[in-house]
Design a protein around this ligand. Structure first.
Ligand code: EPU
Length: 416
């Protein structure tokens, strides 16, 4: 297993280029199930989760080749099961459920179960598919869905769910008649999927708003598409620049996806400027405490909460971070505490008292964004930090140590 070793204290300087969005890549790969022929997806981030999704499709019989440009030939799909061993390593595997049942009338997908950040049920995915006429059974830990042809339906989601909205949008694209998803997730990755489905010949209106209308069509054709940049990777590098008091230009990112992150960072006293060349982040001034609450998009992303806790810990005063999306997303707190942070968690609220002088320590990554927070704390810590269980980072950050080293960080990957 790899670990990342960081000697803190370097101010990051220079330019970093953001990779394609993980959470857009995963549904786009699943969407290839909906077409025959060969789909080409470009700007695919080279990540462990992308490899897992490719394996899920291969398991179904599809042919997947390439790395940053993926070719997916799905005509050869002849199996309809996403097995437990893959789904348990990556919950997003459940994204094959909607497309399989829509195109082939059957799917058997392992229930994902809980994970480090919360229980994460998929009841909304199932409720929507049932409303479209799928027969859903739960057998031996698997969801078994079947139907002749899905029919359009109105689905009112009880909760805003990103992958749930994606599954239903893909299913409804090949259903007979019109569907409406109400209380749909508005994340840019949902909009990106709709863009690709529409390129395939789907008729989706309103993606990016809370009400999505879908006019079902009989078939969809393969496409070529380049994925949008990863807003969470961009936000993480912005935070890295801010906490180290550095000066970094974040290139190849979309400003409109980062507005609330930028506003919160500016509120904390970080200089952020943006133009066509990218987003410039300059830290070094005194940091002010933060008050933030995670919300579905366009609110503050839960996927940036852990990284902002490091910023809050460095600020002079008391910050309040409230996590409303996942019930257990403060796994980074005990590890940040071991590095010197003063954080008191009461249920969904974390009170962070700064300023902290982080100290290097051996720490354990528990999930993807928690790991990113540990790396950020390590960049400013006195002494050396060893972040263990780096496979969590590799799920969602492409070569993070190389990108950080190029910005001047003293960071290396070691085998344990
Ligand atoms: N939920 C339900 N029932 C459902 C679906 C969701 O109760 O049927 C609950 C969840 O338990 C959670 C909330 O609704 O409390 C929101 O979950 P959502 O379904 O939106 O999350 P997701 O689709 O499983 C995606 C991202 C996550 C990101 C969340 C929230 C992908 C592959 N994953 O997960 O990304 O945190 O949306 O924005 O798109 C990450 O990249 O580190 C990551 C965890």
């Amino acid at each position: 297993m790899d670990a990342i070793v960081i000697k803190g204290g370097k101010k990051l300087r220079g330019e970093v280029s953001i990779s394609g969005a993980k959470n857009a890549a995963l549904p786009l790969i699943a969407s290839a199930i909906l077409t025959g022929g060969r789909n080409t997806i470009k700007n695919v981030p080279d990540l462990h989760d992308v490899g897992t999704m490719a394996r899920v499709l291969e398991q179904l019989g599809a042919e997947v080749s390439g790395r940053r440009t993926l070719q997916i030939a799905s005509s050869s799909i002849n199996k309809f099961e996403a097995p437990y061993d893959l789904v348990r390593t990556m919950r997003a595997s459940v994204l094959v459920l909607g497309p399989l049942v829509a195109r082939y009338g059957r799917a058997r997908v392992s229930l994902p179960g809980g994970c480090a950040i919360g229980a994460r049920p998929i009841d909304q995915h199932l409720k929507g598919l049932e409303a479209m006429g799928a027969k859903i059974e739960l057998n031996h830990g698997y969801v078994e869905a079947s139907c002749k042809r899905l029919r359009g339906a109105t689905v009112v989601c009880d909760i805003s769910t990103v992958t749930g909205t994606m599954n239903l949008m893909m299913a409804a694209s090949l259903a007979k008649g019109r569907s409406t998803i109400e209380n749909a997730a508005r994340e840019p990755e949902v909009e990106e999927l709709a863009r690709v489905l529409n390129k395939m010949g789907a008729r989706i209106y309103g993606a990016g708003t809370a009400v999505i209308d879908i006019e079902g069509v009989d078939d969809l054709h393969p496409v070529e598409h380049a994925i949008i940049p990863d807003r969470i990777e961009a936000g993480t590098f912005m935070a890295a620049a801010a906490v180290t008091g550095g000066n970094v230009l974040i290139k190849n990112c979309l400003l409109e996806h980062l507005e609330v992150v930028i506003a919160k960072m500016q509120g904390a006293g970080v200089e952020v400027s943006a133009d066509a060349g990218g987003i410039g982040v300059r830290g070094g001034g005194e940091l002010r405490p933060l008050d933030l609450t995670t919300q579905p998009y366009p609110g503050f992303p839960t996927d940036m909460q852990a990284q902002f806790m490091v910023l809050a810990a460095l600020a002079n005063g008391q910050s309040v971070l409230t996590e409303t999306i996942f019930e257990n997303r403060f796994m980074h707190v005990p590890e940040l505490t071991r590095m010197g942070a003063d954080v008191n968690v009461q249920g969904r609220v974390a009170i962070v008292r700064g300023p902290t002088r982080f100290m290097g320590a051996t720490v354990m990554a528990s999930d993807l964004r928690a790991s990113a927070a540990l790396v950020l704390a390590a960049l400013v810590a006195r002494g050396t930090t060893r972040v263990r269980r780096v496979y969590h980072l590799d799920r969602g950050y492409e070569r993070i140590e190389l990108k950080l080293r190029k910005l001047g960080a003293n960071i290396r990957r070691v085998k344990e």
